[in-house]
Ligand binder design. Structure first.
Ligand code: C2E
Ligand code: MG
Ligand code: MG
Ligand code: MG
Length: 283
């Protein structure tokens, strides 16, 4: 809390902020050509279903393989992309890449395999977003039912109505909608009944602090609302076991697997289906 306030108030006096501006500016310039230079990469983190005891999908996570700075995480450059409008072409690239990769993933994991893509608020707001999304999945010949669109909870604080409309349209087209980072503090519970969503992704802070009564309540509520649930950030066997005990259907996290390059995912996890079996690949 204090940090957020401090940032706003003392902006120009902080040397680190000044440095941030320099980094940001150079990122702005370089990000514009990152797609052509083939510096963007999608890594995939498996999504495990505890009822079926198998990998049923993967979340595409964007990386920027920067020429000098190495592999950058989305937190380092997505905000810049959002501010500059580059999120449009970058988001399209992500959707196209994930759709193309889906064909290989389904060969390994089966036809029901779902690939999840993170969609930023700014991207959703762009005119023509739905049309471009549809054009991409059609061109890449991916059934919309195999694409999950992950939208962070905080997206909805303003303007629940217009987002609901958009999500209804997307669901009507057959896409699965997941509410990402659920529980991080923005949505009211009643909002959940208003939003046309399919899946709750419980934020990893809940898994980290492992508060069974709270998790139990979230799972019960999700069941009552007919929502699928995926717990994020499962790092330890103990957490995994607890979640299985509580009948949490979906699990994602370092304990199952870290995000992997496509080739690694295709090689490493194929055939491993045991519930308590740790997937042996680490990166
Ligand atoms: P997210 O969608 O909530 O993704 C989960 C993040 O948690 C990922 O970080 C993942 O690497 C990390 N994670 C997974 N398992 C564990 C675990 O067991 N422990 C811990 N501590 N962390 C874990 P990453 O890849 O840095 O992505 C951060 C965020 O950036 C994502 O959060 C998502 O909101 C956003 N993002 C990622 N890719 C894209 C993209 O293509 N487009 C947009 N717009 N946003 C993206
Ligand atoms: Mg996500
Ligand atoms: Mg997120
Ligand atoms: Mg999340």
């Amino acid at each position: 809390r204090a940090k957020g306030e401090g940032r706003k108030r003392f902006h120009i006096y902080e040397p680190s902020v000044k440095y941030d501006h320099v980094v940001k500016y150079s990122h702005e310039l370089e990000l514009a050509s990152a797609i052509e230079r083939c510096e963007l990469e999608l890594w995939y983190q498996p999504v495990y279903n505890t009822f079926q005891s198998k990998i049923v999908g993967a979340e595409a996570l964007l990386r920027w393989n920067h020429a000098r700075q190495g592999l950058l995480s989305p937190g380092d450059f997505i905000p810049v992309a959002e501010e500059t409008g580059l999120i449009g072409p970058i988001g399209d690239w992500v959707l196209r890449r994930a759709s193309a990769d889906w064909h290989l993933l389904r060969e390994t994991f089966g036809g029901d395999f779902k690939v999840s893509v993170n969609i930023s608020r700014v991207q959703l707001h762009e005119p023509g977003f739905v049309e471009r999304l549809l054009a991409i999945v059609r061109q890449e010949r991916v059934p919309s039912g195999c694409i999950v669109l992950e939208i962070t909870e905080s997206t909805f604080i303003h303007d629940v109505d217009s987002f609901s409309q958009l999500l209804k349209q997307l669901r009507g087209e057959g896409f699965t909608i997941a509410l990402d980072d659920f529980g991080t503090g923005y949505s009211s519970l009643s909002m959940l009944t208003l939003l046309p969503i399919d899946t709750l992704k419980i934020d990893r802070s809940f898994v980290h602090h492992m508060n069974p009564p709270l998790l139990f309540a979230i799972l019960a509520m999700a069941r009552a609302l007919n929502l699928h649930v995926i717990a994020e950030g499962v790092e330890e066997l103990e957490q995994f076991k607890k979640l299985v005990e509580m009948d949490c259907p979906g699990v994602q996290g370092y304990w199952i697997s870290r995000p992997l390059k496509l080739e690694q995912l295709l090689q490493g996890i194929n055939g491993i289906q045991g519930t308590a079996e740790r997937i042996p690949i680490e990166t």
